[in-house]
Design a protein around this ligand. Sequence first.
Ligand SMILES: NC(=O)c1ccc[n+]([C@@H]2O[C@H](COP(=O)([O-])OP(=O)(O)OC[C@H]3O[C@@H](n4cnc5c(N)ncnc54)[C@H](O)[C@@H]3O)[C@@H](O)[C@H]2O)c1
Length: 251
Amino acid sequence: MRFRNKVVMVTGGASGIGEACIRMFAAEGASVVVADLLDEEAGVLCRAIRDEGGKATFIHLDVSQEAQWSAAIYELREKLGRLDVLVNSAGISGFVHDRENTAYLDRIMAIHLRGCFLAIKHGAPAIARSGGGAIVTLSSIAAYEGFEGQHMGYNAAKAGVLAMTRCAAGEYARQGVRVNSVVPGLMTPMRTSVVSADPVMRARFFERVPINREGTAEEAAKAVLFLSSDEASYLTGADLVVDGGYTAYTY
Ligand SMILES: NC(=O)c1ccc[n+]([C@@H]2O[C@H](COP(=O)([O-])OP(=O)(O)OC[C@H]3O[C@@H](n4cnc5c(N)ncnc54)[C@H](O)[C@@H]3O)[C@@H](O)[C@H]2O)c1
């Protein structure tokens, strides 16, 4: 049990990669905190974990809202006393039909980039006060290259997530907080995926992936757990790419 007696908060924890992280951290002994907008899904998930003997709490959080971050960290400290690991997985898809939509650019920036900034700003000091720990951000291979059908704001935001992760790694290393990023390729579709949920588009993409299939949320979550654990004690500021070999070698 790698996370016994640890408190782990996962934004976007009610779905996809975040949900897989919540289930795996709970199975490894952590007291998990699901921070999401999806009250109903998060409630069901927390009850399922408690029914299996785990510890799970839900905090309603919009990652783009600073006042909600302050309130969430306060609530977490009141209820659980500490924070050891923060995973920032909340997000919306970049694959949309109207890729010149300026309002969507602002939404992407608010959720992915502002959300990452606020996660680090509010999470890192709370982890440092608890004696140190880890933050894991979720970037994307969209940080490295553009994709047909993807809003370029998503690429920019995910590149920004990597830049913030590296800066924060340096800023918080001496307070005992490691900050790393998991960089998924094309995985199980996001809730908000439209274009990338299209089977034709997916099949075309996976032909170019050496491991020749989509990645699962669990495969991304395993990388998150590794970076959050003491096994990664000398890793900070790193991008851990989980993409079936796509960025290494394209067919
Ligand atoms: N699925 C993929 O193929 C893929 C690939 C690369 C990167 N990613 C990144 O991984 C992360 C997780 O994606 P996923 O596949 O689990 O998607 P998902 O849609 O299954 O889950 C995203 C979660 O974030 C929550 N969320 C959205 N906006 C929020 C907000 N403002 N505040 C709080 N929570 C919010 C949603 O309610 C949802 O529970 C995202 O940052 C995404 O950009 C996903």
